[in-house]
Design a protein around this ligand. Structure first.
Ligand SMILES: C[S@@+](CC[C@H](N)C(=O)[O-])C[C@H]1O[C@@H](n2cnc3c(N)ncnc32)[C@H](O)[C@@H]1O
Length: 438
């Protein structure tokens, strides 16, 4: 990665990129980004500005590091990690944002009473959250001796009204528990998910924190957690870099006069967000099957299918360590599935698809392709690195480089051929297109 840049250089990058973004917003008559009370819960950048945003975020991150220096940087990041972990946990466990109405302004005593928490703790939790830009403080005019109160801003309102956001933070809390065992994991199972002896999904921090059981094995017996996990996956699909609409576009099923698949299977598809994005983007797809574990499928069926997908989408139970039951589909999608598993188990999942594949069938893998060091800037590099560490400690899985993917498919079956890898600039996950040459 590049040497540090000078403050002069950094400040002109920030100025240039922000003025590009600002100019585009003005030209299109779009509002300024804001976390203010009543503001929107999403900020969508107009097309073509991803590079400007990336450059601004990268430069600002570098400025934050440089202006602190090594000691203060370490000290600050450590303290911040504690503040963030504790705050997300407390806000979601006690549903603090949900206890505040859209346009209400409450004292800490009133909020405490609704949340069933002591007033002093409520004040401390909310003030910590305020420092992370969650909630808005309503301060008494100086010197009038009045009471400090709190109301929503766009971020706390998101936490209050987007259930998937709270689910995602609860998943992060599980991941944090697992990460606390990282050193123990490496001591106990140094061979890791790449070695044949490191295949087992229970060789991870999650299992150390949950009576020896791997994440998905444990979740089967904890239906609430399983449903929460599904909701967290939906949140992931809403995050701009992980947007399923971007993945569907990147799949380029209709590029170069290709025949759009009529039938697709979303393997381990959870709530089916990816399958739905494909159905929206490619009207030629006649039928999509979303497969997952029986508990996940049961709640999806209960929730029902939106009218726009009626007759084209169904949910079906399938354990991907068994033979694929849907034979002859045109494409099988795997979004953030194989990264959950060791090489041995990921290869087994791929082999279990083989009996169902017709010649020319496609597998579309929507996962990280881990860049080499230096290929990305620091901020852009943080997502794949974070996921890679989390996969190791949460489920004994791993994020894979292109060479890792090639090795994995070759080990699963040499009749799999990787024919393309695509990643739009705004995406974090790639689409790896694989054709079955059997
Ligand atoms: C990381 S999530 C990805 C979900 C979805 N593809 C997405 O990206 O939103 C992994 C999914 O695999 C499912 N899963 C785990 N073990 C499975 C198994 N043995 N068979 C089928 N699905 C499984 C989980 O229930 C979960 O929905």
């Amino acid at each position: 990665m590049a040497e540090s840049r000078s403050l002069d250089e950094l400040s002109s990058i920030v100025q240039r990129s922000l003025s590009t973004i600002n100019g585009a917003l003005k030209e299109k008559g779009l509002p300024q980004p804001s976390f203010a009370h009543g503001g929107p819960t999403t900020f969508t950048l107009p097309d073509g500005l991803d590079q400007a945003r990336t450059e601004a975020l990268e430069a600002i991150d570098e400025i934050q590091a440089l202006l602190r220096g090594p000691i203060d940087y370490l000290f600050y990041r450590g303290i911040l990690a504690a503040l963030e972990i504790g705050t997300w946990d407390l806000l979601t466990q006690f549903s603090v944002p949900q206890h505040l109405g859209a346009d209400e302004t409450l004292s800490y005593a009133e909020l405490a009473q609704r949340a069933g928490l002591p007033e002093d703790d409520t004040r401390r939790i909310v003030r910590g959250a305020l420092s992370l830009r969650v909630f808005e403080a309503v301060l008494p005019p100086s010197g009038d001796g009045g009471e400090e109160k709190v109301r929503h801003n766009a971020l706390s309102w998101t936490l209050a009204t987007v259930p998937e956001a709270a689910s995602f933070l609860r998943l992060v809390s599980h991941a944090t528990d697992a990460a606390r065992h990282a050193a123990e994991v490496l001591r106990k199972w140094p061979e890791g998910p790449t070695a044949p002896s490191g295949a087992d999904a229970s060789q991870c921090g999650f299992a150390l924190a949950h009576g020896g059981r791997g994440l998905f094995d444990w979740a089967r017996d904890h239906p609430d957690a399983e449903t929460d996990f599904k909701s967290a996956m939906t949140m992931q699909s809403l995050a701009p870099g992980f947007a399923v609409s971007v993945a569907a576009e990147a799949a380029a099923l209709d590029a170069d006069g290709k025949q759009v698949p009529e039938t697709i299977v979303d393997v381990g598809g959870s709530a089916g967000t990816l399958a739905k994005a494909f159905l929206r983007r490619y009207p030629g797809i006649r039928s999509a099957v979303v497969q997952d574990l029986p508990g996940v499928v049961a709640t999806s069926r209960q929730a029902g299918v939106e009218p726009e997908f009626a007759g084209r989408l169904r949910f079906a139970p399938y354990d991907f360590f068994q033979d694929q039951p849907v034979h002859g589909a045109d494409a099988y999608l795997f979004r953030t599935i194989l990264h959950d598993w060791s090489d041995v188990q990921a290869a087994e999942i791929l082999r279990r698809q083989v009996p169902a594949l017709k010649p020319g069938a496609r597998l579309l893998i929507n996962d990280f392709v881990v860049p080499s060091v230096g290929a990305h800037t620091h901020v852009r590099d943080q997502s794949p690195r974070a996921y890679d560490l989390l996969m190791r400690v949460v489920c004994n899985g791993k994020e894979r480089s292109l060479d890792d993917w090639k090795r994995l498919f070759a080990a699963a079956d040499p009749r799999y051929e990787i024919v393309g890898v695509r990643m739009p600039p705004q995406a974090k996950l790639s689409i790896i297109e694989v054709v079955w040459r059997g």
